[in-house]
Write a protein that binds this ligand. Structure first.
Ligand SMILES: [Zn+2]
Length: 395
């Protein structure tokens, strides 16, 4: 047997054709019907639909309660209550690396092959959560890619010491500078942005900032981000997470901001809005703004929902967006697969010769069915290595 060569035989591709997929050296070598299995380990795909591995572009692995016995969720509806609840419960929870690992195993078994996770930073926890996620990143290096965002959950100026902790986290290996509502959390738009862009320049890293602020405040924040991103030459390296205000603003304001975001290469990461306004996914994409999805909170002290399944997340995005056609459902899947790859600068060709062998199979006949019905998964491959089967992580 040729070392590390796998032939995944008998799968259906998104275009409806039947094919085999040969993988070697972490990449897809060949895709087509009736490939020669000689020299390869042959796995039968059972006629399932094969799709490119999905990316959770915005998740909080360090917050999850996945794998723990069910806990009632006491957090109130506003963000301050959720932050206070989390602070109160955190000390009694198993370590963040253990909880994050539970979620990574579960999400990989559902077809995720990469994550961008925020890791809380703050005076009460220091950089411990970044350390934990760096551990998780190393432990799962063969199963999933992990980007870590140094996330100042309590603000930067509002929580003295956070800037220095973010600086430390980035020096330790965090991949991106996080941020949160410069106006709502810190009461100082330029003050927080000055610090985020200073850290980005110092460490040569990108920025991913939570913008929950509604209305005028959120719109001003996104406008300022677009301006600063272009001025700093960071086009493509800065992400707006949530940006709920884009889903509830006058048309002329939306058009102005969408144009600024497109010009600055400023993408939007969304979890689908929840109870908040949802930015218009198709309109943003049509104006040249990349939109990608993430699960955000997956069963944690902030909320009881979610299991890490990105097909469910794509379905929720579709549902909230009013998508009904197969073409629209394909857009939602693009937001969970190719769009984050374009944003992260990764190969986005999907299941094609030469592309990374990150893929999964699902009990569906078409891509639209996979999104709308999120059926059980079959096999999951990361860099050509079988990492999960029938919903179970293989380790
Ligand atoms: Zn978040």
């Amino acid at each position: 047997m040729k070392d590390g060569t796998t032939l995944l035989a008998n799968v259906r591709l998104a275009d409806g054709s039947r094919a085999d997929i040969r993988m070697a050296g972490g990449a897809i070598e060949e895709v087509g019907p009736g490939l020669d299995p000689a020299g390869a380990e042959r796995l039968d795909g059972g006629g399932l639909l094969a799709l490119p591995g999905m990316i959770d572009g915005h998740v909080h692995l360090d917050k999850t309660l996945t794998g723990l016995p069910w806990m009632p969720h006491p957090a109130g509806p506003d963000r301050a209550s959720r932050i206070a609840t989390e602070r109160g419960l955190r000390a009694g929870l198993p370590p963040p690396a253990e909880r994050a690992s539970n979620l990574v195993r579960q999400a990989v078994a559902l077809g995720a092959t990469a994550f961008r996770s925020h890791a809380d930073i703050g005076p009460d926890i220091g950089v411990r959560h970044v350390e934990a996620l760096l551990e998780v990143k190393a432990a799962f290096a063969d199963a999933a890619d992990l980007q870590i965002v140094a996330f100042p959950q309590y603000g930067v100026l509002a929580a003295p010491g956070s800037y220095e902790l973010m600086d430390e986290a980035l020096a330790m290996g965090a991949d991106l500078v996080g941020g949160i509502d410069p106006i709502g959390q810190d009461g100082d738009l330029d003050g927080q942005l000055d610090l985020l862009f200073r850290l980005a320049a110092k460490h040569d890293k990108g920025i991913d900032i939570h913008i929950h602020d509604p209305g005028e405040a959120g719109l001003r924040e996104i406008g300022a981000l677009a301006e600063r991103t272009s001025a700093a030459g960071l086009e493509g390296c800065v992400t707006v997470s949530h940006g709920f205000c884009l889903g509830a603003c006058p048309d002329d304001v939306f058009e102005r901001l969408a144009a600024a975001m497109a010009a600055a290469g400023l993408p939007l990461a969304t979890h689908g809005g929840g109870a908040s306004p949802l930015p218009p996914v198709k309109k943003l994409r049509e104006r040249g703004v990349e939109v990608f999805v993430g699960n955000d909170d997956v069963r944690d002290t902030w909320g009881p929902y979610g299991n890490g399944d990105l097909l469910i997340r794509a379905m929720l995005l579709s549902w909230r967006s009013g998508f009904r056609t197969d073409g629209d459902l394909a857009i939602a899947f693009d937001c969970a697969a190719a769009a984050p790859r374009r944003v992260f600068g990764h190969d986005d060709r999907g299941i094609a010769a030469g592309a990374p062998a990150d893929l999964f199979t699902v009990h569906a006949e078409t891509l639209a069915e996979a999104v709308a019905q999120h059926p059980p998964r079959g096999l999951v491959f990361k860099a050509g290595r079988l990492v999960a089967r029938d919903g179970s992580y293989l380790g």
